[in-house]
Design a binder for this molecule. Sequence first.
Ligand code: ITT
Length: 196
Amino acid sequence: MTPVRTIVFATNNAHKLEEIRSIVGSDIRILSLADIGCHDDIPEDADTFEGNALQKALYVKEHYGYDCFADDSGLIVDALGGEPGVRSARYAGPGHDSKANMALLLKNLEGVECRTARFVTVIALIEGDERRFFEGRVEGRILEHEQGTGGFGYDPVFLPEGFTETFACMAPGQKNAISHRGLATQKLLRHLSAVK
Ligand code: ITT
């Protein structure tokens, strides 16, 4: 089947790219930054998911000329006043990995009873002069220990509401069906399919 269209996904996160390609399937051809020869460290210093997503998408549009979309995501933990939020990727400091981020999160929640949290994704899409946003969120709670080895980021400590296992225990298709990124991407897809 001929793809509906081709669009660039402005991310340096290989896990996000894999998830979104799998959600989109053959409906749309997703080009990575590497596919368009972009190896830049794209700035993201806004203080909202919308601001960061737009900043990343605009960077690619302005420097490379492609219509594109970007995803800014994070984990919002109620007992931590919304942290790590937009700082989710670098919660334990610049250059730290997911293990360090999760360890800090569990440490900061030691002895805390209220462990409610949500994952949020905001996708910013730039088509010509138009900008649109698509949001997805999933409610859940933070476990006291890691569970599972799949997924990425904070998946091993996030238990989505109504489920008995973390995102890291789920098959990719199961996570994508209920996740923040899955829900935001479905909205993006509906828009792209409507304007084809
Ligand atoms: P790009 O900006 O290049 O897209 P990034 O990893 O820096 O990649 P973000 O700034 O959006 O992306 O940071 C999101 C962080 O939030 C990510 O690094 C993870 O730590 C966490 N995160 C986002 N989505 C997640 C998911 O589905 N599962 C687990 N952790 C997630």
